[in-house]
Structures are given as C-alpha cells and as structure tokens.
Design a protein. Structure first.
Length: 203
C-alpha cells in the first residue's frame, strides 16, 4: 500500500513536470533559443523560400508554437501552389484563421505608400514576380496618424525605418508590433505580383 502511494506521488510529479516543461518550451523563448529553432528550418517543411533577416525571431517562435497547425497550412499553401499561375483574388486556407490575397498591380511611388500594422492578423508577404521595397519599423518608435480601423484591421503611422528589397526568393513576416511600409516601387519593375497570407494572431 505504501509503495502504491509513493508510485502515485511520483506519477503526479512526472505529469506536473511534463506539463511545466511544455509550458516553458512555449513561453520562455529568447533570442538564442528562437534563433536556434529558426535555423533548424523544420518549420519550413520543404518550403523552398528564405525568411527575411528582419523577422522578429522570438515572436515568430512564440506564435508558431501557439498555433502550429495554422502556420503549417500557410507554409504548405506556399510550398504546394504554383504561385505564378494564381489569379488575383482571395484564397481560403483555413477559414478565417488563414487566408491568402494575391495581387498583380503597379507598385506605389514612395510618397504614396504608407506605414501600417495589424492587430488581429500576421502578414506573410512574398513577391511572386518583380521586386518592391518594403520598410520595417517597430511600432514603439512610430507615431499613429490614423487610429485602429476594425474593418480592415489596420493602423497607420509616421515612422523612420529600415528599407529592404523584396524579391521572389524570400518572404517577410510582420507581427502586431511591426510597422511596415510595403508596395514601394523599384525602378524597372512596373507590375508586381504578390501574395499576402494572413495568419490569425494566437493569444
């Protein structure tokens, strides 16, 4: 009887440690652990695209592990679709949790572009054909010019950020803390085909 009681206590301890370990694995990401996870590239699951260096690695690791099924569906859509043949429009991937928007249109002159961020959805942005410039800045260093609009899940800003060239070999990720300024014209590329996959933010 005494041995049975000890066994039960040990079993409860292992269960507790197991649950705690899972929680810690998901809630205690830092720059080192997130970078190591990112570099293993298991999350790509065969996707032949690089992620841009501007990504917030810690937030990506947190969001991916909170909602892996949604992320895996997003990456599978990128991997398995012939993106060059997709017509402009909206493509459901996982109901309202994950969906894609394909555009094929002229980029904007710099002065006609705008800083934005989103609260409910993460942006995965990938140029399929052509090139465009994208600005990236933390919202902590941006000034709101248009408050949150629930209808299009966006906030607009003035900001000073870093600018990068988006090319067909990579994709960008923008989380709620990331202001971004996409669709800026690159000389020589009048029409750009692009996909934006919206992935619902996990709480």
């Amino acid at each position: 009887m005494k041995n049975l009681t000890i066994y039960k206590k040990l079993l409860l301890l292992f269960v507790f440690l197991g649950i705690t370990g899972v929680a810690l694995a998901q809630d205690t990401w830092n720059e080192n652990t997130a970078t190591a996870w990112l570099n293993k590239k298991e999350w790509k699951n065969g996707l032949n695209l690089d992620i841009h260096a501007s990504v917030n690695k810690v937030v990506f690791a947190e969001q991916y592990h909170k909602n892996q099924a949604a992320w895996d569906k997003a990456f599978a859509f990128l991997r398995d679709s012939d993106l060059t043949k997709l017509k402009p429009g909206k493509y459901p991937i996982d109901g309202t949790n994950v969906f894609a928007i394909v555009t094929e249109a002229p980029s904007k002159e710099f002065e006609n572009s705008a800083w934005e961020s989103h609260r409910n959805y993460i942006d995965l942005q990938h140029v399929i054909k052509g090139q465009e410039t994208i600005g990236v800045a933390p919202i902590s260093k941006a000034t709101v010019t248009k408050p949150y609009n629930d209808a299009n899940d966006s906030i607009n800003y003035n900001a000073e950020g870093q600018y990068y060239i988006a090319t067909p070999d990579l994709f960008f990720l923008f989380f709620p803390g990331d202001a971004h300024r996409p669709n800026i014209k690159v000389a020589g590329y009048d029409i750009v085909k692009k996909i934006v996959i919206k992935i619902k933010v996990a709480g």
